[in-house]
Ligand binder design. Structure first.
Ligand code: HEC
Length: 395
């Protein structure tokens, strides 16, 4: 089941993934607060070599169902054992409680251990502490070109100039890899390298060539690059991608960056002829002026101008794969996910412009204009973003 279908077809599965994730994170916090596990790369280290594998359950709903029953069974068994301990004097009651617990153990469809456990690293539960911003993406691109491109290729397709000399071919980042790994596991891979079971090095470690913060920037870049490549290859953002944070200048408003525009739809416009953009009260309009044009005159239909224009242009190049942004407009939904792209340099939208969709668009014979239909599709199909087996908010 593709992750974005999960929310519709099996909402309980999202609940299960959340419960598994928060349970493990809570355990980690407790261990860390009593000093049983140290910090690694600035965040508490996961002390075990395995963790629960939410990402596998997404692919196997039968096992996920077994997992949900098992969690319930564990809770009930613990309650029965506690009761049995409290009633240890009443041998009859105690006996029947213990027999019930045993029957539950036998009757529960325990999931297969190779499905629910997956190898973990000390940073498996780390979160990227940096905002997904144009500046982070632009800096990440520099690290990538310096350290990764020779093997992983200029577009991240795994076909760099020295790729063929490696013992195994470097993977492509446009496949499901980045979405199946947790951010923390990716951090670990890049900092520590990749080794075979027998200790042979497959990929070098980069901990001595980048700080932790630079590695997090690099991971933001990888995601932006993969999104842009996917858009070029398939015309779609298969996995949700957020409108990056950018510095803004919004006359008459207190907003200073994209993250201040919460719960509003945002239209990002790169057009040179910004006067052709029709005013629309249903969304905020943010203008990225072309490189050779200054935003000295701001027409009334523009709410904000991008202040970090150089970084924004670079980040958008990676995100969309489009070199020249002067024909492009992007639409972000109220949660901040990029949902639609229009490359025609005009203000006419169609539902085919949706590039991150949950369902196929049903063409209705309504009187509404196409932008209204597009906004309605966006709002009625909120995105759920599952990465590395856990449900993420915007990042
Ligand atoms: C010398 C060549 C080389 C360089 C340089 C290199 N990689 Fe790799 N990388 C590989 C190879 C080969 C693999 C596949 C290893 C395997 O699957 O055993 C790999 C695998 C990966 C993976 C996937 C690991 C997984 O979880 O399966 C990631 C992510 C990755 N590289 C990121 C990077 C980043 C980021 C950089 C730059 C900092 C980088 N690599 C630099 C060769 C390289």
């Amino acid at each position: 089941m593709s992750p974005d279908r999960v929310a519709q077809d099996a909402p309980w599965l999202l609940w299960l993934l959340n419960a598994m994730q928060s349970g493990q994170e809570a355990l980690l916090q407790i261990l860390h607060s009593v000093g049983l596990t140290p910090d690694v790369d600035g965040q508490p280290a996961w002390p075990w070599s395995r963790r629960l594998a939410g990402e596998n359950l997404l692919l196997d709903v039968g096992q996920a169902r077994a997992m949900a029953w098992s969690l319930l069974a564990v809770v009930v068994i613990i309650c029965l054992l506690v009761l049995a301990a409290l009633w240890w004097r009443h041998s009859k009651k105690r006996g029947s409680l213990l027999v019930t617990a045993l029957l539950i153990v036998i009757a529960t469809p325990w999931p297969q251990s190779q499905v629910i456990w997956t190898p973990a690293s000390p940073s498996s539960f780390h979160h990227n502490p940096l905002p997904f911003s144009d500046a982070a993406i632009a800096r990440g691109a520099v690290h990538y070109q310096r350290l990764c491109m020779d093997c992983h290729g200029a577009t991240g397709n795994g076909q760099g100039p020295i790729a063929a000399q490696q013992a195994v071919w470097p993977p492509s980042f446009t496949g499901p890899l980045l979405w199946r790994r947790t951010d923390g596991d990716l951090l670990h891979t890049v900092r520590q390298g990749v080794f075979t079971h027998s200790g042979q090095q497959r990929m070098p470690s980069f901990a001595s060539q980048m700080t932790v913060a630079q590695t997090w920037e690099l991971l933001h870049f990888l995601r932006a690059q993969a999104a842009g490549q996917l858009l070029q290859l398939s015309g779609n953002w298969v996995m949700p991608i957020a409108l990056p944070n950018m510095q803004l200048h919004c006359p008459g408003q207190t907003w200073q960056q994209v993250s201040d525009l919460q719960q509003q739809r945002v239209r990002l416009v790169g057009l040179a002829d910004v006067k052709s953009v029709l005013p629309d009260p249903r969304m905020l309009t943010v203008w990225l002026p072309p490189a050779d044009q200054s935003a000295s005159f701001i027409p009334a239909q523009i709410d904000c101008v991008v202040a970090s224009a150089t970084e924004a242009r670079q980040a958008l190049f990676w995100l969309t794969g489009t070199e020249n942004f002067t024909q492009t407009q992007l639409l972000a939904d109220k949660a901040g996910w990029l949902r639609a792209r229009n490359d025609r340099g005009a203000d006419s939208w169609s539902e085919a412009d949706l590039v991150c969709r949950v369902n196929e668009v049903v063409q209705g014979a309504t009187q509404e204009d196409s932008l209204t239909r597009l906004l309605r599709s966006m709002d009625s199909q909120p995105l759920v973003y599952v990465k590395g087996g856990s449900v993420h908010g915007l990042q």
